[in-house]
Ligand binder design. Structure first.
Ligand code: HEM
Length: 304
């Protein structure tokens, strides 16, 4: 059953949400839904509320509530949500706002769902791997320390100097790809190698398994950022490394994620290192993303 949901953004941010659920073109009332579907509706509301909360938290710094429409202060503090809010400025010609409330909410929802959990997992595994190899950690520290200035990493020229940091991030996503499998549905019958795939079948491709395949990576289970030479990149077959998927539906946030990951690793590592609590059990848990099943208990140590 296909279901279409219509939201009213204005009401959604208030107490009651305007949510209509249609099934096969016939409108059905909420009371007709099963418990599971009620759970889905409830969770959807909850998610909307979280996003509204994020937007409302950022509004005071950017939005001037004393004016009726223009309402933008032009003084965004520079974080992503504030910048998106500030971009809602009205076009002086037409008076129309460039980004509607709904589009703003959708953008923040995308970053929250698709971009937050994935990068958070990638960074968690990265600092875990670094805690397991003093030699690699030292090499990373040498690189990040070589870029001068407090906020030096945030400019383009310096980003390109963080090549070992980039390799660390790439290697971490090889061993612990935040998206550990992607799926596609066959539209027609097709043959892949000796396998006949009937139309309608779902095919799963696992980054976790492919990235650890010895045909592509020597000592595949070893954390070795140095392996990411131009030579290796040139000889790797297509889709032997695909943390961001591939084809027309590949990750739209890939470039953003590389920048975010490299900046976060370098900024944190300039001041801090992390040690895994010796008794902590690290077990990957393949849910929608690849998480550490028991979290990652680390001791944060200030670098001197
Ligand atoms: C380390 C971080 C990230 C990883 C590993 C990752 C991975 C992926 C993967 C594997 C897919 C599915 C691709 C496919 O089916 O071929 C995907 C889709 C997507 N990602 Fe990411 N992602 C990351 C960060 C982000 C960020 C930062 C954003 C947004 C700011 C984002 C937005 C999206 C969206 C919107 C899609 C769906 C694209 C579509 O269906 O057309 N992702 N991502």
């Amino acid at each position: 059953m296909t279901r279409k949901m219509n939201y009213s953004w204005t009401r959604m941010c208030g107490q009651s949400a305007d949510l209509n659920i249609h099934g096969d073109n016939n409108k059905i009332s909420i009371s007709q839904l099963t418990n599971n579907q009620m759970g889905f509706t409830h969770l959807t509301h909850l998610l909307d509320k979280i996003i509204c909360h994020i937007i409302n938290d950022h509004k005071p710094a950017v939005v001037d509530s004393t004016t009726e429409l223009g309402h933008i202060n032009n003084s965004s503090p520079g974080d992503l949500v504030s910048d998106l809010l500030a971009s809602r400025k009205a076009d002086p010609g037409s008076g129309k706002v460039f980004i509607s409330d709904l589009l703003l909410k959708d953008n923040i929802m995308t970053i929250f769902l698709a971009g937050h959990e994935t990068v958070a997992n990638a960074l968690t595994w990265t600092f875990y791997l670094l805690s397991q190899s003093k030699e690699i950690e030292d090499k990373l520290h040498n690189e990040v320390d070589s870029v001068p200035g407090e906020n030096a990493h945030t400019n383009d020229a310096n980003m390109s100097k963080l090549q070992f940091t980039e390799k660390v991030f790439a290697e971490s996503m090889r061993l612990y790809p935040p998206a550990w499998a992607v799926g596609r549905q066959a539209i027609n019958d097709c043959k892949i190698g000796s396998y006949l795939i009937p139309a309608g079948s779902t095919i799963l491709m696992s980054q976790y398994l492919t990235h650890r395949d010895p045909r592509f990576f020597t000592e595949p289970h070893r954390f070795s950022p140095e392996r990411w030479t131009n030579e290796l990149k040139a000889k790797l077959p297509r889709f032997s490394y695909f943390p961001f998927g591939g084809g027309p539906r590949s990750c739209i946030g890939e470039k953003f994620a590389w920048m975010e990951g490299i900046l976060a690793i370098s900024t944190i590592s300039r001041r801090w290192r992390m040690d895994l609590e010796p008794s902590h059990l690290v077990v990957p848990q393949p849910l929608v993303t690849l998480r550490p099943k028991y979290g990652m208990l680390m001791r944060l140590i200030k670098r001197t």
